[in-house]
Design a protein. Structure first.
Length: 383
């Protein structure tokens, strides 16, 4: 049997670029010293090292990172909690500029973006690193590793944009691990992408300071934010983070006019109670409005949460029903192929306007951004 177009694109990308790896409060002198037994020689790593954009110098050669709320204060030779920013002689350096540890071509629905060029492919990329430590992380090999421990390809911004253009892929996405920790790299990719008419997007957990976020918002076209819970305790014990900055990020992305979608991973016994689902739905309704898509994704045991079962179907239906009853217009279920709530329905007449099964599209009744049945305008970037 012959390859599909998507399989051919993916094979081409991996042939050219090389297969990658498996896809608060101020913290003083956080992190560790540079790994001495990595896979990458120091001279080879120099090409991926740049001065970071978001930091300030302190006394005695120390620096404070200003990228995220962790605000790591680092002595010379020490790395931040994200593992990819290091104080080198009183200058904060990013160690992953162009250091692509994972590259792939994905359906845009996988991110998931359901209101962004449906049926399109996106050129997805990531470096190592993350500023959180989620116990359920599906990309922990990338997120929780220092860059030296992973094979990587030199994929500078122009080469990345050219690779997407060569394959006629209209979207570029920083994803897999946490794109905020390679903000300088993503920002330059997005700037170049804009020059060539490509849409640059980000899939993030949202823990970032306002200045770098605003810089990214000026260049990106769409952002998907993981809202992991409405509980500070959940963020502290399960994610190594905090909720407040995530809510600030969601509000800011919406205020800046980017297309925004939200994912809420429903984890049994930890964040699946009726009151918390109602609270999340009401907060989104009050702060970003009824038309921001909300995806409830089904949890599967992974990483450090293998003791919990997959989310029951009944729980997923209950979450969907609560959000709809609260007034969220576009509520989806993820990781449940074939579920009716994978598809898009018109909030005006209730008719099916875009059918999905997993990442595959079926019936499409969206015409120039409007419902073909009743002419209701459907929010999104459809073409």
């Amino acid at each position: 049997m012959g390859m599909t177009r998507r399989e051919m694109l993916k094979a081409g990308a991996l042939t050219v670029l090389g297969a990658g790896a498996v896809g608060g409060a101020v913290t003083r002198i956080v992190g560790t010293r540079s790994p001495s037994a990595g896979r990458t020689k120091e001279s080879e790593a120099d090409k991926w090292t740049r001065e970071a954009s978001y930091y300030e110098r302190l006394e005695e050669g120390e620096v404070r990172c200003l990228l995220c709320p962790t605000a790591c204060e680092l002595a010379p030779g020490i790395r931040g909690a994200c593992r990819v920013r290091e104080n080198q002689g009183g200058v904060l350096k990013t160690l992953v500029y162009g250091r692509a540890a994972s590259v792939d071509i994905d359906p845009v629905e996988k991110k998931p973006f359901h209101h962004l060029l449906p049926g399109s492919s996106t050129f997805s990329f990531s470096t190592a690193g993350c500023n959180m430590s989620c116990r359920n992380c599906h990309n922990w090999q990338l997120a929780q590793s220092p860059p030296e421990r992973l094979p990587a390809r030199d994929l500078q911004p122009r080469a990345l944009v050219d690779a997407a253009r060569l394959r006629h892929i209209p979207i570029i996405t920083g994803t897999y691990a946490e794109p905020l920790v390679y903000a300088e790299y993503l920002l330059d990719v997005a700037r170049l992408g804009n020059e060539h008419g490509l849409l640059s997007t980000m899939v993030t957990a949202g823990r970032v300071e306002r200045r770098p976020l605003l810089d990214l918002c000026r260049e990106l076209k769409a952002v998907k934010v993981d809202l992991k819970s409405m509980s500070e305790e959940f963020y502290r014990t399960n994610c190594g983070g905090n909720l407040g900055p995530v809510l600030d990020t969601i509000r800011t992305v919406k205020e800046q006019g980017l297309w925004l979608e939200i994912v809420y991973l429903v984890i049994p016994t930890l964040n699946d109670g009726d009151s918390e689902i109602k609270r999340a739905s009401r907060w989104l309704l009050e702060n970003v409005g009824p038309d921001v898509p909300l995806h409830f994704n089904r949890f599967h045991p992974h990483h450090r949460l293998r003791n919990l079962p997959p989310t029951p179907y009944e729980t997923m239906d209950r979450c969907h029903g609560i959000a709809r009853s609260e007034g969220v217009n576009f509520v989806y279920t993820g990781n449940l192929p074939g579920h009716p709530a994978e598809s898009t329905y018109c909030p005006g007449c209730g008719e099916l306007v875009l059918q999905r099964r997993g990442y595959q599209l079926g019936e499409n009744h969206i015409q120039n951004g409007n419902c073909a049945w009743c002419a209701e305008e459907l929010p999104g970037l459809w073409s």
